[in-house]
Design a protein around this ligand. Structure first.
Ligand code: GLY
Length: 366
């Protein structure tokens, strides 16, 4: 059986590993540090493409929708294979607005959602507060979207690692920075030695630009820091989105408020400015937080590509090498569909959705 070696042990790399192993490949995951140690473990875990995408639906929207639809079965498989459970809540979301002037954009959102068969309901402020009593009296209206959900990202990552191990994936952690070996499209050099693969998948998130030299092509992926904080309750029964941030209540009793978008290189520390901004917005949306202070603050690096779309598929000039990166704000959401696409690419199977917009060759070769 052919072998697949995946560089990067975040949700994307692990999901590809699990899917490829399920399809019968020999699979190795090579991780520079520990699996899930970067953006994957830091994520708020929202599976909410309808709220997060404001523009008209496009191929990216179809990608997100396919992944959301794959989620229930995917989660069941991961739980069974790992023998571990983790929170996967079908709570729905409320996109809250504070001004009558924002009603037009909410109506437009509802219109395109219904064109794509997604049920959503426009609620008055009072109706929104009936659903989510902690919402501020200043909420003017909200769009309720029952299909959106969230997952507890650290639990998901832990179960994915275990599911991979139980399925026979070899996971090599603390491998240092991996490099492609010049002229050898089936070899990766690491601190733990040379690793072979009939196929090599590069799934290194915000660090993907490092591959440009070895691939002799452009891979424009940049780290965008997301600062986030958690309160000890109160609990929410929906994800709450606003134009300035989101709130999600976890079954362990924490309420997560996120997230900044700032450029700080590979720095994952939080800043006073970033957290203060989250805190003051949290108080405006959920007045019960007025007297509360977050008990935990952290940051992760989202991998943003130059055009905002993920980069998924074979490198045209080196077809044994595949890229799966640039998932930006949607790594957790897009993990099942990315695994499906990469495994289909390797097996040369037809794709379920159009993927041309995501192919690596859309960026010019250097
Ligand atoms: N998807 C949420 C975030 O990136 O903050």
């Amino acid at each position: 059986m052919a072998s697949v070696s995946i560089v990067g042990g975040g949700v994307i790399g692990l999901s590809i590993a699990y899917e490829c192993r399920k399809r019968g490949f020999e699979v190795t995951v090579i991780e520079s540090g520990v699996c899930g140690g970067q953006a994957s473990g830091a994520a708020a875990g929202m599976l909410a493409p309808y709220s997060e995408i404001t523009e008209d639906p496009d191929d990216f929207f179809k990608l997100c929708q396919r992944s959301l639809n794959l989620y229930p079965d995917w989660v069941e498989h991961i739980m069974q294979s790992s023998n571990e459970s983790f929170e996967f809540s079908n709570c729905g979301s409320l996109y809250a607005i504070f001004h009558e002037a924002d009603l037009l954009s909410l109506e437009a959102k509802k219109r395109w959602q219904s064109e794509y068969g997604i049920q959503s309901y426009l609620l008055s402020g009072d109706e929104a507060r009936e659903k989510e009593p902690l919402l501020s009296d200043d909420v003017y209206a909200a769009l309720w979207c029952p299909a959106e959900s969230h997952i507890y990202a650290p639990g998901y990552v832990k179960a994915l690692i275990q599911a991979c191990r139980n399925a026979g994936v070899s996971i090599i952690e603390h491998a240092g920075e991996a490099e492609l070996v010049d002229g050898e499209p089936h070899l990766v050099s690491t601190d733990k030695g040379l690793i072979k693969g009939d196929f090599i998948v590069l799934a290194t998130g915000a660090w993907s630009q490092n591959w440009e030299k070895g691939l002799n092509c452009s891979l424009p992926v940049f780290p965008i820091r997301g600062q986030i904080c958690a309160y000890d309750g109160p609990s929410l029964s929906h994800i709450v989105f606003t134009s300035q941030g989101y709130f999600v209540g976890k079954e362990n009793g924490t309420l997560i408020a996120g997230a900044s978008e700032d450029i700080a290189g590979f720095n994952t520390s939080v800043t006073e400015h970033g957290i203060n901004r989250l805190e003051s917005w949290s108080k405006k949306v959920l007045p019960d937080l007025r007297e509360e202070r977050p008990f935990h603050k952290w940051a992760g690096l989202r991998p943003a590509s130059q055009d905002g779309f993920p980069i998924i598929g074979k490198v045209i000039e080196k077809p044994s090498i595949l890229i799966a990166s640039g998932h930006y704000r949607n790594g957790i959401l897009l993990s099942p569909v990315t695994a499906e696409i990469i495994a289909n690419e390797i097996e040369e199977m037809p794709q379920e959705i159009p993927i041309e917009s995501f192919r690596p060759e859309r960026f010019q070769f250097v």
